[in-house]
Design a protein around this ligand. Structure first.
Ligand code: FAD
Length: 821
């Protein structure tokens, strides 16, 4: 490309350096320069485009937009929009031939119905089609064993290298410059801020870089002390020689692209040939450190890995048996511990932005998102699933990245149940109650490395109410009817919930109060010992975090938030800290364990193990006190996410086992049980408590989420306040609504579309059965004109519609009499 001068002198300064000239780097360069950025420099260690080293140059470019994640699907849709408008030297960059995901098993046939639900929820046109229609679209396909396929008409083939050329022409036309054969060899960080990028051709001073180096990302992260938790994995792709059945076909692609997920394979027509991709073989991981600077993202083909896939391919396309394979590679691309991309600014080094582990499918959308994020400080939509700061510390270990990356590769096309816990690695983090929980037959799920009880088989002997819904099939997986028993015991007696995984932050310093006031929407300046539930908002008013703040001193606060989202919340809070060290944050998560002691007999239980006063007068609802439980010094918070009388009891971790035993022994006569996360979810849902990450996140503001009562606009300036003032002056839409099914036996799992006639109005954010109210509950955001009590909707699940109605919430104890009793 003429615009690239291989010998030009490297500039000494830049506003932004993009490392990596693959599809992600060029997409970001395009959108950044479109947004008016000047002095944007794109560096690559290799040559460009077709001769590039990176994965983009080797990808066959299949774009399947649908994903269980709404955000991932949206990134793909933005990519398709971008690629569709591009041309390079008169050649198209995207071919919207549509896609087919075929079923080859009963389970997949059902799964496709569920996926159609996701497509409806996210607004992506899709349909289920029958064998005759499949055959019509791909005549050379053997459809004998295929009962159905999911057809997404707007999917297709993206020409990666051509897209890069088209985007490069635009970005360079707007002033960006590109330096191929320029290896980044160092990143200079001064006082936690990017200062310069060192390369094989000189140094560029800059305070911002965007890492788009694909499989090389971890190497460059290491240069700056930033974890980039991904592993390169080999992946097989082959191409047949020309097929007689396609003789004379010169068009790039006409047949829809095809996924054969029951065999972990995909197919695409390429003029008169066919390309075949396989994920069947055991993952072959390459440590990033072992990648040579000038090495391509390709490894030698391993024929034995392709024997079984090839047999599977022949079953589907018998005509492949008539020809040879003319092209065979083990390509390489990135897998992260949870399968999602890594996007955003590192919480450890300011100015170190990344857009890593991104497929061609999402490259265009990711570039758009990063350009807006870097320009405005926030992404265009909720990208918490891709947040590069989402991982807990253990996830930066090489062993974890390898183990989880390999599993993501194995499972890439598997049917994954939404509640399915990971199998490996397990038992990384256990609370001090773990051994006792095991004795009670705890069924543990993993979250953020913690072993968290979901239910206890010890409770199986307690009576199950015959009126409760019977689950079977999909909804019965990773579930037990015991959660109903645990729910009921919490409402009727008292239960222990292990809350040790909660993130516990202590915020102190001479300006701690001012700081917290500036980032929270609720009033924090309350008497010592007060607990405040609040949201942390971005400047658009979107909910970035929700948490409680407990005032323990004039300038001493405990901030308590969920376990999984802890790193995200900590990164958000740290990113707003004043630079003068007047505020300090300590992460006390490992220092304290916590038990939720909840239920109408919770006070009796606490009184039995403590000399302190737990009556209302001494410790009202939403207050905290330091007390003793036996010999154990604890901080007791009078609060309950289950909506019951009770306390969150925080003790130094080493006292935990003793604390459990004390409570357990004292609770025998009170009907105490241990309860797990499944009951917890049902309890909170019938109480209307929102869950961050599903019911609330940065796409919604507190008014939409029904949390307006926790906003104090009059308290003074805080982040998001002006946006809320503006939002409040206009009609609020959509609104989070509570729906209950006409048939209480119906169970859905979340993300199902909510329909009014044929119009999709929203989707389910949370769902569970409310054992105390005897109703099956679903929450979802609905346009305000539909958000009226009694309005009837349908919720689509596995191909069936279930009638549900908007119901006044909360369904249980609206007056909070139990919490305050
Ligand atoms: P890359 O394209 O790898 O670009 C990274 C660039 O960074 C490289 O050019 C590299 O030279 C440069 N770089 C690295 N280190 C340095 C340094 N120190 N200094 C300067 N420059 C550096 N995705 C799909 O969506 N659909 C598919 O069908 C598909 N099929 C695939 C099949 C195969 C065989 C492979 C290998 C991948 C496939 N992918 C597919 C995945 C997709 O190709 C990648 O995820 C995507 O191309 C990554 O783009 P990128 O811009 O992040 O990285």
């Amino acid at each position: 490309m003429e615009l690239l001068d291989q010998n030009a002198t490297l500039p000494e300064t830049a506003n932004l350096v993009i490392i990596g000239a693959g599809i992600v780097g060029w997409s970001a360069a395009h959108f950044l320069t479109q947004a008016g950025w000047e002095q944007v420099i794109v560096l690559d260690q290799g040559l460009l485009f077709e001769d590039g080293l990176g994965s983009t140059s080797h990808a066959p470019g299949l774009i399947f937009q649908l994903n269980a994640s709404k955000a991932v699907c949206q990134l793909a849709r933005w990519s398709v929009a971008l690629y569709s408008e591009l041309e390079y030297q008169g050649l198209r960059c995207f071919f919207p031939v549509g896609s087919l995901e075929i079923a080859y098993s009963r389970a997949r046939h059902e799964e496709l119905k569920r996926k159609l639900g996701h497509a409806l929820s996210w607004g992506l046109p899709a349909e289920l089609i029958e064998p005759s229609e499949i055959q019509r679209r791909i005549p050379i396909l053997n459809t004998e064993r295929i009962p159905s396929a999911l057809h997404v008409p707007s999917d297709g083939i993206a020409k990666g290298a051509r897209i890069c050329q088209a985007l490069a022409a635009r970005a360079i036309g707007r002033g960006a410059s590109c330096y191929p054969q320029t290896e980044v060899t160092g990143v200079e960080v001064v006082r936690g801020q990017v200062h310069a990028v060192h390369t094989s051709r000189g140094t560029i001073h800059t305070s911002r870089l965007l890492l788009c180096a694909g499989i090389w990302g971890p190497r460059i992260g290491k240069l700056a002390g930033v974890a980039v938790p991904l592993t390169p994995v080999e992946h097989q792709y082959v191409k047949t020689s020309p097929l007689p059945q396609l003789a004379g076909e010169t068009r790039e692609v006409v047949h829809p692209i095809l996924r054969h997920q029951d065999r972990a394979m995909y197919f695409r027509q390429q003029a008169d040939c066919y390309g075949i991709g396989s994920y069947q073989h055991e993952p072959r991981l390459i440590p990033s450190e072992d990648l040579g600077a000038g090495e391509k993202a390709i490894r030698p083909f391993t024929p034995s890995d392709f024997e079984k896939p090839y047999a599977d391919a022949l079953e589907l396309f018998p005509c492949f048996g008539e020809v040879d394979l003319s092209y065979r590679i083990n390509g390489m691309f990135s897998f992260t511990p949870d399968g999602n991309s890594l996007m955003g600014e590192s919480a450890d080094v300011r100015g170190f932005w990344m857009a890593e582990a991104i497929w061609v499918t999402h490259g265009g959308g990711a570039g758009k998102a990063m350009a807006e994020w870097i320009s405005t400080g926030r992404p265009p939509m909720d990208l918490r699933e891709m947040d590069c700061n989402r991982f807990h510390r253990h996830a930066a270990s090489r062993a974890y990245i390898r183990a989880r990356g390999a599993q993501q590769y194995r499972e890439v096309y598997d049917i994954i149940h939404p509640l399915e816990p990971i199998r490996e690695p397990r038992c990384l983090r256990v609370s001090p109650f773990y051994e006792r929980q095991k004795e009670l037959g705890a069924v543990f799920f993993e979250a953020a490395g913690w072993e968290r009880p979901q239910w206890f088989t010890a409770n199986e002997n307690l009576p199950i109410d015959a009126a409760w819904p019977q689950r079977n099939g999909w909804t019965a997986q990773n579930w037990s009817p015991v959660c109903g028993v645990e729910h009921q015991a919490t409402r009727e007696r008292v239960a222990l919930f292990d809350l040790t995984a909660f993130t516990k932050l202590e915020i102190t310093g001479e300006r701690a109060l001012d700081f917290l006031q500036s980032i929270t929407a609720n009033q924090i300046d309350r008497p010592e010992g007060t607990i405040t539930y609040t949201s942390l908002l971005n400047d658009r008013g979107g909910i970035e975090c929700d948490l409680t703040v407990t005032r323990l001193g004039a300038q001493r606060f405990w901030v308590l938030t969920g376990g999984t989202g802890g790193p995200h919340d900590l990164a958000w809070i740290r990113s707003h800290l004043p630079t003068d060290r007047s505020v300090r944050i300590a992460d006390l998560t490992s220092a304290y364990c916590c038990l939720g002691v909840w239920g109408p007999r919770a006070r009796d239980l606490m009184a039995a193990v403590s000399d302190d006063d737990f009556r209302n007068e001494a410790m009202p609802y939403m207050t905290a006190r330091k007390v003793y439980v036996g010999h154990v010094p604890v901080l007791a918070l009078r609060i309950s996410y289950a909506g019951e009388l009770g306390w969150e009891v925080y003790a130094p971790t080493e006292y935990g086992l003793h604390l459990w035993d004390l409570l357990w022994d004292a609770g025998r006569g009170l009907g105490l049980i241990a309860a797990g996360g499944a009951a917890f979810d049902s309890l909170r849902l019938e109480k209307g408590y929102r869950l961050w990450g599903t019911d609330i996140h940065s796409d919604y503001n507190p008014y939409q989420a029904g949390l307006g009562a926790t906003v104090r606009l009059k308290k003074g300036e805080f982040l998001g306040r002006s946006a809320l003032e503006c939002i409040k002056s206009q009609p609020i839409s959509p609104r989070l609504c509570c729906l209950t099914f006409d048939d209480p036996q119906v169970t859905v799992m979340g993300k199902e579309p909510i329909l009014c006639g044929d119009a999709v109005l929203g989707y389910v954010t949370s769902s569970n059965y409310g054992y105390s109210v005897g109703r099956s509950i679903a929450y979802g955001y609905l346009p305000s004109e539909h958000a009226t009590e009694g309005a009837a909707m349908d919720i689509y699940f596995f191909g069936e519609r279930h009638r549900a109605r908007i119901t006044r919430e909360p369904l249980f104890d609206a007056g909070n009499s139990r919490l305050k009793s």
